[in-house]
Design a protein around this ligand. Structure first.
Ligand code: CP
Length: 305
């Protein structure tokens, strides 16, 4: 039995197979419509979500399976003090696979240790968001045809952004990747990441102004300044509109640069950018369903001839 806690749980060869499967599902959805008949996915979300929870539920439904779960810790027995370990023991008797989001870093890992069914980390605190990373990689591979040879700019909250940390960890396994970290001083990427890049001899730079680096980027990964990760409202208000990607800034970018964003967005991408052909974030959210369908099939070891 396999769980998914980090994108590094899969080798790059296994990821290629997963992405090939996701692309086949996109092209031939009917072939997979009954692949999970009789199977149940539990979505245990202790933190709010639109894309991750609903795309998991859509994925299982499109595979013919059923879903159970909760979308709020307050509506589960966590509100009465039940531990994640006890909850997953119970869920193991009710479902065949579980996707769990939790505000505490490492909580899905604790669940996986006690679980009798595969557990998928659907985001744990500021730590990891592996299925978002699978979505990001599938989007890049599908739209660019490769996962190597890019200068990628990551912009916004690089300190608390779990999607950023997961994506960097995943991309360092591909060749000829250069990172440009664009953030205010207070939201710089953590030292453990820059230390890891130095140790692997992977080029990176840290800058504050987006417009200075825009012409050099092949991919721009925008992120939201996350109100829920701040201890003090004053800091959040000061930093929340630090970056706003608009048409003027897009005019500086390469004609084939892609703009990605895990979403939700607040103000960091102006709506006028949505109609730019380089804006890939809504398509990216749709790839999230295909990759989660492929992941469910892979973890349940279901092969569709
Ligand atoms: N990208 C993402 O994780 O979105 P949700 O928080 O809506 O699931």
């Amino acid at each position: 039995m396999r769980h998914l806690m980090s994108p590094l749980d899969f080798t790059t060869k296994e990821l290629d197979r997963l992405f090939d499967l996701a692309n086949d599902i996109e092209r031939n959805p009917g072939k997979y419509a009954h692949a999970c008949d009789g199977r149940i996915l539990a979505t245990c979300f202790y933190e709010p979500s639109t894309r991750t929870r609903l795309s998991f539920e859509s994925a299982m439904t499109r595979l013919g399976g059923c879903i159970i779960g909760f979308s709020d810790a307050a509506s589960s027995s966590a509100s009465k003090g039940e531990s994640v370990s006890d909850t997953i023991r119970i869920i193991s008797g009710y479902a065949d696979i579980c996707a769990m989001r939790h505000p505490k870093e490492g909580a899905p890992m604790v669940a996986a240790e006690k679980s009798e069914i595969p557990v998928i980390n659907a985001g744990d605190g500021g730590h990891q968001h592996p299925t978002q990373t699978l979505t990001d990689l599938l989007t890049i591979r599908s739209m660019k045809g490769k996962l190597s040879g890019f200068t990628i700019g990551l912009c916004g909250d690089l300190k608390f952004g779990r999607t950023v940390h997961s994506l960097i960890n995943a991309l360092v396994r591909y060749s000829d990747i250069r990172f440009v970290f664009i953030s205010p001083e207070e939201l710089r990427v953590p030292d453990y990441i820059t230390e890891m890049l130095k140790a692997k001899d992977i080029p990176y730079e840290e800058v504050i102004r987006l417009e200075h680096v825009m012409p050099r980027l092949d991919l721009l990964y925008m992120t939201r300044v996350q109100k829920e990760r701040f201890f003090n409202e004053e800091d959040y208000v000061r930093l929340k509109d630090f970056y706003i990607l608009n048409s003027d800034k897009m005019a500086l970018a390469k004609p084939d640069m892609l703009v990605l964003h895990p979403l939700p967005r607040v103000n960091e991408i102006s709506v006028e950018v949505d109609s730019d052909p380089r804006a890939a974030y809504f398509k990216q959210a749709k790839y999230g369903v295909y990759v989660r369908m492929a992941l469910i099939l892979t973890l349940l070891e279901i092969q569709v001839p």
